[in-house]
Design a protein around this ligand. Structure first.
Ligand SMILES: [Zn+2]
Length: 386
């Protein structure tokens, strides 16, 4: 057994008062909280600062790690997307090394579970040795309905490669599902095809990341419309709805799919009502540092925090973030949304993410029988120690 304590302990939901000695068995399984008089003082490892369960990064694109420091800040989303496409042409070895480094720093800084977007199999060989649970979301996109089946075929090949990968002997869980990229980049036809692939699969989507996305759905005008015209993408099939993007695309997705909506930078109360009535199990993933990087804008976090929906955190990729540690997202939220207690922010970074990735039976909380990992935080630095 291993016994550890610190002045502050967060159990994945709240700060712990009273007995604060954490006990883990040799396999890293949490066995419960012990009282001071129950454990020989010599056996207790004492840390300064805070101990909490492993962190969950619910939205990342490790396959874009080679783009670190290549894309300027504050471009706005539409120019940003163009820059990402242009910088994607790195060599295989360079990309693989960058993914390896990203996964290492994720694990070192506290991550125990990752929601990772993949457009290719670049991250596939690195998954088994990542020292964390990974749900790979194979992203599919295409706004021209005539090419929907072709686009999906390509994504299904990528998906099959991930699915065929054996579960690693280290006990971490590797999962995958096919997911739509964003409301503005997936045709109705493609949404329907994705929806019908698997009845209960976990879907994620970049949701309401820019004002341009909502403007396109409301009135089919603005920067998104300009982009389609420049790229000569025929969007005659698209009918504006007079509302934000979310109510426009949600009807394509059956309520049997749990949804992980990422960014939500321009989500409003109407969208929240739509989600609550939809029957979907919904998680909202916040990536404030990426939102700031791209658009100098944060979501209405106070509104989302009051929604009653599950909230989790992500970093997006190194194309739009300086690092991939969700604890840095906690710090950004703490500075900018002081009304939200730190206790809740830490819960979003652990149990919220575990729930969103359907891994809350393994990680996210100090509950006996779970194997939640252990993170030590001191002077705004996080390190994973189990
Ligand atoms: Zn993303």
């Amino acid at each position: 057994m291993r016994y550890l304590t610190a002045p502050r302990v967060h159990d994945g939901t709240r700060f712990v008062t009273g007995n604060k000695i954490l006990s883990f068995d040799e396999e890293g399984i949490f066995r419960g909280f012990a009282g001071i008089d129950e454990v020989d003082a010599d056996l207790v490892e004492t840390f300064e600062g805070l101990l909490m369960p492993g962190l969950v990064n619910a939205h990342c694109h490790t396959e874009l790690s080679h783009t670190k420091n290549t894309i300027p800040e504050n471009t706005g989303l539409v120019p940003f997307l163009g820059l990402v496409v242009e910088t994607r042409s790195a060599g295989e070895a360079e990309k693989s090394a960058a993914i390896h480094e990203a996964l290492s720093s994720l694990a070192h800084s506290g991550c125990i579970a990752l929601g990772d977007i993949a457009n290719s199999t670049d991250s596939l060989p690195l998954r088994p040795n990542a020292n964390m649970h990974i749900h790979t979301f194979v992203e599919t996109m295409g706004f021209i309905p005539e090419f929907a089946a072709q686009r999906l075929d390509y994504s299904l090949k990528v998906y099959q490669s991930f699915k065929d990968q054996a579960q690693p002997a280290n006990g971490y869980v590797l999962r995958q599902s096919v997911a739509p990229h964003a409301p503005y980049s997936v045709s109705g036809k493609l949404f329907e095809l994705i929806n019908s692939l698997e009845k209960n699969s976990l879907l994620t989507i970049h949701n309401e990341e820019s004002a341009a996305e909502n403007e396109y759905f409301i009135s089919k005008t603005g920067l998104m419309q300009d982009l389609y015209q420049r790229l000569k993408i025929n969007d005659e099939w698209f009918r504006p709805t007079g509302r934000n993007s979310l109510p426009g695309y949600l009807p394509y997705l059956s309520a049997t799919h749990p949804l992980l909506l990422v960014h939500n930078t321009f989500m409003d109360q109407d969208d929240i009502e739509v989600l609550k009535k939809s029957g979907h199990e919904v998680s909202l993933c916040l990536c404030p540092n990426a939102n700031w990087y791209i658009e100098r804008r944060y979501p209405d976090v106070d509104l989302l925090a009051d929604s009653g929906l599950n909230i989790c955190l992500g970093t997006d990729s190194l194309a739009s973030n300086h690092q991939l540690n969700v604890y840095e997202e906690v710090l950004t939220l703490k500075r900018n949304f002081p009304a939200i207690p730190e206790e809740r922010l830490l819960a979003w970074a652990s149990s919220g993410g575990a729930k969103a990735l359907q891994l809350d039976h393994i990680v996210g909380s100090f509950r006996p029988g779970l194997k939640p990992g252990l993170v030590h935080i001191r002077e705004e630095q996080s390190v994973r120690i189990l």
